[in-house]
Write a new protein. Structure first.
Length: 244
């Protein structure tokens, strides 16, 4: 069965359009289902500027569909997955809005820190949305949400959710590794781990109702010890001072 979005029976007058080649300015005609076309003048391969590739983050036929895309564009597929992971997390937690809200805040801070540190946002954001995914199983099995149980139960749940969404094996493995010890950083952690750790730490501190003396030299020195990245430390000072 053909993808409905590319089936010509659903096309309208905008299905065939013309653009100027971004390389040389020569007119180029595109059909809406063209992934790329080669400019007749400069011979450069140009990506269809109106094609929506969001489905490539989860469709099992994406490789066949997008096989002619440039490597640089295909590399962005992992980034598209984060929104699907966020939806899967919300469905998993259902009405547990406290956990859903916490994951969303961690993801927002993780994106800010990750951009400043130039981390892999696909890994960081998937880990952010799923870092506490083991809480539900931990509470059911052990009647506890202790960190050790979260880290024990989280990776299998995260792995199942991400594999169902068609995530690459390498991405799944790194995200699960981070989830499996995100409360217990070691001495030689990856940048992606450090970004997630700092985003979670900042979220927990920002959610704390009783924040006294946060502008003291002692507290600022404590931040320097708690946060693993310079950007996480800087953002913590911005957020906590602003909210005080």
């Amino acid at each position: 069965m053909q993808c409905p979005g590319q089936d010509t029976q659903y096309w309208n007058k905008d299905a065939i359009f013309e653009i100027k080649c971004p390389e040389c300015g020569h007119p180029m005609e595109f059909f809406k289902d063209d992934a790329t076309r080669r400019c007749g003048n400069c011979k450069k391969k140009i990506v269809n500027p109106k094609m929506d590739f969001g489905c490539a983050s989860y469709c099992k036929f994406a490789e066949q569909c997008l096989g002619t895309l440039p490597d640089g564009f295909l590399a962005k597929r992992d980034d598209l997955l984060k929104d699907r992971v966020a939806v899967a997390m919300k469905r998993y937690f259902r009405t547990d809005f406290k956990r859903i809200g916490h994951a969303g805040k961690v993801a927002r801070y993780a994106e800010q820190i990750g951009k400043r540190e130039k981390a892999n946002l696909a890994v960081v954001l998937c880990a952010a949305y799923l870092h506490d995914i083991g809480i539900k199983a931990a509470e059911e099995k052990y009647n506890s949400s202790a960190a050790e149980y979260q880290e024990q139960e989280g990776p299998p749940v995260a792995r199942g959710l991400m594999e169902d969404l068609g995530a690459k094996k390498e991405l799944v493995e790194e995200v699960c590794d981070i989830i499996g010890h995100h409360h217990h950083p070691g001495g030689d952690e990856s940048l992606n781990f450090k970004v997630l750790h700092d985003a979670d730490m900042l979220t927990n501190m920002a959610e704390c109702k009783d924040r006294k003396g946060i502008d003291t030299p002692e507290f600022l020195a404590k931040l320097d010890r708690l946060f693993l990245t310079e950007s996480g430390n800087d953002l913590a000072k911005e957020v906590l001072m602003q909210d005080n």
